[in-house]
Ligand binder design. Structure first.
Ligand code: XMP
Length: 513
């Protein structure tokens, strides 16, 4: 099915959020690079509406010819942020370089009737702004600084919005988008949630990998990705679960259960000795991560070679459960010459595809976590499997400060079991984004029985978050925290003190290392 809404990506960090909102408004949309959109328009294709995204560039430096987007006066266009400035400039208006930009939450006043009305708070991120409207346009909203916050053509289906209606923090953002789609562009509803599974299955079939190696962690993303590809192409996915010896009790139990209850072919490779011996004596966090990442690749490579040799069919694709927030943190996924900014990267099997000459299959790379969960639900996966807390690839190693030893792993596993047990029995697991203990190799004095002890510390960390990029501290009931602490000091040998981490992200990251 062809997309009714084309989103032209000018490199905004929020482009995928626009497609997501368009899906929520029941329309199928497609993100296109500038070149593709231009070529297709020139070739005579016509979408129901065109959305020009924001972008980091400035119209003053951009010398490209965008006239193809504006040549058909009846084609409905929404320009967002940079897209609006481009619309203004290309249609004969004037854009000015801002001395001071508008960033973050701002208030706007909606002036004209027939639009989402009144004063509201929106999310802005721009320095240039439209100072003179093109002919035929009117101002429909102004910012607190009296700058043009939205404009619309009086007769043609053209709208420019300087703020980001696609961002969660923009009040009435969805109304602005639906006002454009329903009221201005009049694009018919043509997408339902059920189409997501159909579309992704079709996309996997189009790639048509012969044999897929899946680095399987048992987490939500790899489980959904593996199930999706397996259902699309039965018998072609081989999941390898690498046991690095840095797992919690809940992980081993979960993996065994998935081996039994799902139709996936999951091979469990116990490489704990290798990982722990390579980690011996290493206390630097970055070095730990590097050792774990490289060892993971070594093990996966050895194992896949062994499988290929045994049954004679080579792997041609590596399947990863990469989701959109992972992509936006590490690179520009589409777009104009990679102009969106790199923030950070969490990839666990980064070096493997090059080493093994595998192509990457990342069917979830344009979805957000909650959409992955919905997809998992549509695939019939158990809700409990889809709502597990995230767990980092390097496992308990980044929750043990200093050297990683078997004794410390055991200690942390016990503390984790207690915390999980209490979270589940008190009904707090589902409402918490992530909760875990951290082992601190700090000797503190305590009294156990009648004797003085000098033992170590467990810190408890729990946060609420939407995407892991920012996080607030979970305000657990005091009685819950004290009962977890009391169980840990009583049941975990070597621990006499429990503390609770009260740091938001930023500035603290969620994991301690
Ligand atoms: P930070 O510590 O960066 O974590 O605030 C944000 C989210 O990412 C998880 N995390 C990782 N996940 N590999 C992963 O797959 C990693 O190396 C990694 N490091 C952190 C973390 O648990 C949190 O949910």
């Amino acid at each position: 099915m062809k997309a009714s809404v084309w989103i032209v990506d000018f490199g905004s960090q929020y482009t995928q959020l626009i497609t997501r909102r368009i899906r929520e408004l029941s329309r199928k949309s497609e993100i296109l690079t500038i070149d593709t959109a231009r070529t297709r328009l020139k070739g005579g294709e016509r979408p129901g509406a065109l959305i020009l995204s924001g972008g980091p560039q400035s119209v003053f430096l951009d010398r490209e010819d965008y006239s193809a987007f504006f040549s058909d006066a009846t084609l409905p266009i929404l320009g967002v942020c940079y897209g609006m400035q481009l619309m203004a400039q290309t249609s004969g208006g004037k854009v000015e370089r801002g001395v001071q930009g508008e960033y973050g939450k701002s208030k706007i006043d909606v002036l004209a009737s027939g639009f989402p009305k009144g004063q509201s708070t929106v999310w802005m991120s721009h320095s240039d702004h439209v100072i003179q409207l093109p002919e035929g346009y009117q101002v429909i909203a102004r910012s607190e600084n009296r700058l043009v916050a939205a404009m619309a053509h009086e007769t043609l289906p053209r709208v420019g919005i300087q703020f980001h209606p696609e961002v969660h923090h923009s009040e009435n953002g969805m109304q602005w988008l639906s006002w454009f789609l329903d009221g201005i562009a009049k694009v018919k509803q043509d997408w339902t949630e059920a189409d997501r599974l159909k579309d992704l299955t079709a996309a996997v079939k189009t790639v048509n990998p012969k044999r897929v190696l899946c680095a399987f962690s048992g987490g939500v993303d790899s489980l959904v990705a593996a199930t999706l590809v397996h259902r699309a192409l039965p018998g072609r996915v081989r999941c390898i679960f690498v046991d690095n010896g840095l797992l919690r009790e809940q992980d081993t139990g979960h993996l065994k259960m998935l081996q039994e209850k799902t139709e996936l072919d999951i091979e469990w490779v116990d490489a704990s000795e290798l990982f722990l011996s390579r980690l011996s004596g290493v206390s630097d966090p970055e070095q730990k991560r590097k050792i774990i990442g490289n060892t993971f690749i070594d093990v996966l490579e050895d194992e896949s070679r062994r499988i290929e040799k045994k049954d004679g069919t080579p792997f041609d694709y590596l399947l990863q459960g990469t989701i959109y927030p992972d992509v936006i943190e590490s690179s520009s996924p589409h777009g104009v010459s990679g102009k969106s900014v790199t923030i950070k990267s969490h990839h666990n099997v980064g070096g493997l595809p090059e080493r093994m000459k595998l192509a990457l299959l990342e069917p979830l790379r344009f979805l957000f976590k909650d959409e992955v969960r919905e997809l998992g639900r549509d695939l019939g996966l158990d809700s409990e499997w889809l709502h597990r807390h995230p767990f980092p690839g390097p496992g308990l190693a980044v929750r043990i400060m200093g050297d990683v030893t078997r004794a410390r792993i055991d200690c942390l596993k016990r503390a984790d079991s207690i915390l999980m047990n209490e979270l589940r029995s008190s009904g707090l697991y589902a409402s918490t984004w992530q909760a875990f203990p951290v082992f601190l190799p700090v000797k503190t004095v305590g009294v156990k029985g009648d004797g003085r002890v000098v033992e170590e510390v467990i810190a408890l960390r729990a946060v609420n978050s939407v995407d892991g990029m920012t996080a607030t501290i979970t305000e657990f009931p005091w009685s819950f925290l004290t009962s977890v602490a009391s169980r840990i000091v009583n049941e975990v040998p070597g621990i006499t003190r429990v503390v609770y981490d009260l740091t938001q992200k930023p500035p603290g990251t969620i994991e301690w290392e």
